[in-house]
Design a protein around this ligand. Sequence first.
Ligand code: FAD
Length: 458
Amino acid sequence: MSAEPASVWDVVIVGAGPAGLFAARALAGKLRVLVLEEKGRTGGAGAMTDGKLNLSPHIGLDLTELGLSETEAGEKIAAIDEVFLEHGADRALYGVDQERINWWLDRVSWVRHRTARGDWDITLVPARQRHMGTDLAHRVVARMTDSIAGKGVAFSLRTWVTDLALQDDGTFLLRTARGEFRSRYVVAAPGREGAYWFREVARGIGARTQYGAIDIGCRVEVAQPVYDEITQVLYDPKFLFVTPTHGDRTRTFCTNPGGRVRVEMRNGYRLVNGDALKKKKTPNTNFAILNTVSMTEPVQDTTEMGRKVMEFANFWGGGDSLVVQRWGDLTEGSRSKAETFHSAALGYDKMTPTLPLGPGVTPGDISYAYPGRIVDNLRESLLLLSRVIPGVAHPSTTVYVPEIKFYDTKYATDRNLETNVPNLFVAGDGVGKSRGIVGAALNGILAAEGILRKEGKG
Ligand SMILES: Cc1cc2nc3c(=O)[nH]c(=O)nc-3n(C[C@H](O)[C@H](O)[C@H](O)COP(=O)(O)OP(=O)(O)OC[C@H]3O[C@@H](n4cnc5c(N)ncnc54)[C@H](O)[C@@H]3O)c2cc1C
């Protein structure tokens, strides 16, 4: 079906990430659906980068916010997994060897302590996981897109939606450089990249939003043998921490065994991220430690806070650069320097970072580049982790900032993600409803089910 600007579509989906694709898949063949995507390809952010599938209702989703029971979410996640498998995802499943998982849980139980408020300072949350890898994820997403298009959904790529307006007759008008599109329903799945663009246009047509928490953290890189023992059982181990000094909550996120640390550009600034290929491995493993920050008074704007932290960290890197520091330097209170970055005397020759120093990657001091409380939390989290996995606190361990997850705008919606603007549905990370591929996909399905129910086809 061609993306004809003049016609009125039943549903226009903005964004072809996992949220948009799974919404399109659920609507395919039932309604006339058009997907508008700015990029020249589908798959969105992470589905095209690392493609770890977290198959747990407790990861990447807020069941209370979505009004879902664990069983309902579990069934939907199993169906999502099946779709990825049908389109060629690797069948190897992590997080299923209960005996070895119990061994890890036992190990954590021996080293953890109660904080002053009665929480455990370190907790391990096991989850079933699959890994596609950046190389395989491309092919899986391409096959999935072909099968959705084969069922009649139209895709218009390289089409940035600039504006969304509500017409007098209740339909939506979407403006793009390729023309205007009209639609009875909109599913907005703009991801983190389009989150602020969408927030402005959604507010413009009366959608209610509020600021949610933002995750600010660092990327940690270690030699692969340090982390292998656990990643062979739990590919992306989820440790939750409550930090001793401030009692704040942090967690490990997006672990990439044999992976690469990557630069992610955002509005002209550099963020750090990581991925792994399925076939070609590096000798290192990287993961993030994220600190969840909520704000009340005098400022609630977590978006602006994240922007300022990103901007200042890049400034501290010399203007437009990540700041990278060896753990040995950080614990000594010294900045890292190019001259000593690989020093054998300091033990830094034990691990060569996958993101080399150079333009955009500057050795320095994260305790200057980042807010003090966040640095305390990140340091204490790594030390807590080192109780379970001692090698993570080796001097050669490398810490990169800024790593920030901009999914901090929340929308008031019903159970099917319909906003207070009738027929405007939202889905995925960009609208604060998910934090990961599977959660985003589940959102897309919920939105599609909501539309089908309204159409009497549910
Ligand atoms: C490097 C990296 C690695 C990651 N690895 C993993 C992982 O292994 N596992 C995991 O679960 N998660 C991972 N993530 C997170 C994951 O990518 C996201 O959780 C997921 O993609 C969110 O899906 P989404 O559909 O909500 O948004 P996205 O995937 O971000 O898709 C949104 C799409 O909307 C498009 N868009 C935005 N605004 C407009 C507009 N105005 N007009 C037209 N198009 C627009 C964007 O171009 C984008 O393609 C990773 C993220 C990154 C960046």
